[in-house]
Write a protein that binds this ligand. Structure first.
Ligand code: CP
Length: 358
């Protein structure tokens, strides 16, 4: 199924050369933002945040305002008609008739794709549950490109909640498209990377290993991407308590890192990076967060100035088959058409990537 609008649901809705163009444009905007201050005059962006956010929501809003456009939206669904029971389809349909572009964050996986089915303007995925966060990845790529001068041949450690961390999933998918990166996946056995992302890494030119110890891994890294344990994705407080505070980057551990190590974190941080690390010149997570504005300005311009269709589904409906992922949007919004693509004796949900063994 093809939508006539240019959505960004997953980074692979754009080609690698388009990511590179967005990063180059972001660098140009950063050098001279005034040149771009009227490029979106008269345009309106809708921001629908069904889940809390500081950086993504405000950097998108700042980006649109700095381009000369305007913003509408909500940052709490309880203050909108969602609280009266309005479904995603109707909210999307209505807001997309007011706005030229919509940015949506939602706790359920596949929600941005579901919204794109009925939207009358482009949708940008600002995070769908524990699934994907493609615009955080654009921010990460811009920061890495600035700091390292390349997105290839890097040894990248990713540490923390690799199972639920949507920023990790999107970043690994993206970096695996560049040559000869090596990933060191640092987590407890309970929070390892989902197997569908490992399959993507295995099919790429990149290698990866799974380890338990941050301290042992740090000396070989060019980049360390720390992540928060995603409390809101755990089913009980006990399970969360068993995982929190396992990995803490402090000055002692950082002393073992290379002199040109780049430490990133999508933020918000809880306790996984000590405050005293902030003064180290290798700690670049605040630069990374600020870069979010420039890269989102570049993305908004790219989407609005280069309209083109987006393929939403490759697969087909399989009668009677439902996605087994309880966090998939298709299990909340029952009217949604199910769609799966086949992989041997396995079906893959096209909203959330859950695999179903037949
Ligand atoms: N990195 C990120 O997504 O932060 P927010 O949750 O504050 O938007």
């Amino acid at each position: 199924m093809i939508s006539k609008y240019r959505h960004l649901i997953d980074l692979n809705d754009f080609s690698v050369s388009e990511w590179d163009s967005i990063i180059s444009l972001a660098k140009e905007i950063k050098k001279n933002p005034a040149l771009y201050s009227h490029r979106c005059d008269g345009k309106i962006m809708g921001t629908l945040f069904y889940e809390p956010s500081t950086r993504t929501q405000m950097s998108f809003q700042t980006a649109m305002l700095r381009l000369g456009g305007s913003i509408i939206g909500f940052d709490n669904p309880e203050t909108s008609s969602v609280a009266k029971g309005e479904n995603l389809k109707d909210t999307t349909k209505i807001v997309s008739s007011y706005a030229d572009i919509m940015v949506m964050r939602h706790p359920l996986e596949g929600s941005a794709k579901a919204a794109a089915l009925t939207s009358d303007c482009p949708i940008v995925n600002a995070g769908d549950g524990g699934h994907l966060h493609p615009t955080q990845t654009l921010t990460d790529l811009l920061t890495l490109s600035e700091q390292k001068g390349t997105l290839s041949g890097l040894t990248v450690g990713l540490c923390g909640d690799l199972m639920n961390g949507r920023t990790v999933h999107s970043l690994l998918k993206a970096l695996s498209c560049y040559k000869n990166n090596k990933f060191v996946l640092i987590s407890t056995p309970e929070l390892r990377l989902p197997s569908y992302i490992k399959d993507i890494l295995n099919a790429s030119s990149c290698s990866f290993c799974e380890v338990d110890s941050l301290e042992d891994a740090i000396p070989e890294l060019d980049v360390l991407y720390m992540t928060r344990i995603q409390k809101e994705r755990f089913s009980s407080e006990e399970e969360y308590n068993a995982q929190k505070d396992v990995y803490v980057l402090d000055r002692n551990k950082l002393m073992k890192g290379k002199h040109d190590l780049v430490v990133l974190h999508p933020l918000p941080r809880v306790d996984e990076i000590s405050i005293d690390v902030d003064e180290d010149p290798r700690a670049l997570y605040f630069v990374q967060a600020k870069n979010g504005v420039y890269v989102r300005m570049a993305l908004i311009l790219t989407i609005l100035e280069n309209p083109s269709p987006t393929k939403l589904f490759d697969g087909k409906v399989h009668a009677g088959v439902c996605c087994r992922n309880k966090k998939c949007i298709t299990n909340r919004e029952k009217y949604l058409p199910k769609s799966f693509w086949g992989m041997g004796d396995t079906l893959v949900c096209e909203y959330c990537d859950e695999r179903i063994l037949l």
